[in-house]
Write a protein that binds this ligand. Sequence first.
Ligand SMILES: *[C@@H]1O[C@H](CO)[C@@H](O)[C@H](O)[C@H]1NC(C)=O
Ligand SMILES: *[C@@H]1O[C@H](CO)[C@@H](O)[C@H](O)[C@H]1NC(C)=O
Ligand SMILES: *[C@@H]1O[C@H](CO)[C@@H](O)[C@H](O)[C@H]1NC(C)=O
Length: 252
Amino acid sequence: MRLFLTTLLVLAAAALAVPLALQLEQTDDSQLALIESHHDAPSSGGNDTSKPDVPLDTSAGWVDPRILGGRFLDFVNKTHGEPLNVIISGLSDPFILSEDGLHIYAKSLGYSEECLGLHYGNRHLADLGDGDGRKVEQYLARQYYFPVWGTCWESLAGGQHFRAWKQDGELANTGAWFLGCDSTKHHTIVPNGYDLGRDWLIGRATAGTSYRGLGWKADVELRVGLSTPGNTSVNHGIPTDGIVAILTINRL
Ligand SMILES: *[C@@H]1O[C@H](CO)[C@@H](O)[C@H](O)[C@H]1NC(C)=O
Ligand SMILES: *[C@@H]1O[C@H](CO)[C@@H](O)[C@H](O)[C@H]1NC(C)=O
Ligand SMILES: *[C@@H]1O[C@H](CO)[C@@H](O)[C@H](O)[C@H]1NC(C)=O
């Protein structure tokens, strides 16, 4: 029975894969076009003295994206976005700062990779103020519920997610991950969903996690004044408390 269900799921996913992939391509193209129009905007003049072309000090393990024109909201369109509410500092375990390491760390927290690599929902862009401009998210984790359905089930039922971008442009190459966490129910971000998604991750990270013999524990610093509280330009109009959690994750 279980095997049958799994087979059915794989077949269904295979049937969906082609149209979904096409949709994704289109979405990405339009978003990439958005990057271009941003860079080519004549209004920026080409000589903005407030944005020096020298690398910033990266010794803190992360750099405030706003210094070089970024922001603590990602971009779902030209104006609106979702909060970047967790930073995994570049002073963390170097393994976690790699993409493979982040995948494994996310699993230790209780997230899982998306079912069969399919993305549900649009990819977002973010400008981390590292000289790269707006870039497409690198990773999205979804909470793991069942061995068979895995994250496919979660995508229908809701749960905890994050999107991730790496601050590694040449003007602020800190290696930090910037995460946009959210909490959903029935595929909709719940009221307070951004704050709850952040707090869920913080709770697990600071308690300590392990995966296949590797263990980690995070120190957390909660920062106000980086992100604006409220719902201005926030996707779905969901307000946030404006707190950004800066995690330094150490290997145990
Ligand atoms: C931009 O700045 C450079 C160096 O300061 C200057 O030589 C150039 O004329 C400026 N260009 C414009 C379009 O203002
Ligand atoms: C961007 O998305 C928000 C919803 O999050 C919507 O209210 C707004 O009108 C959109 N803006 C543009 C320019 O499409
Ligand atoms: C933003 O929050 C205010 C209350 O603070 C609310 O009245 C408004 O409807 C919210 N905006 C959206 C787009 O939901």
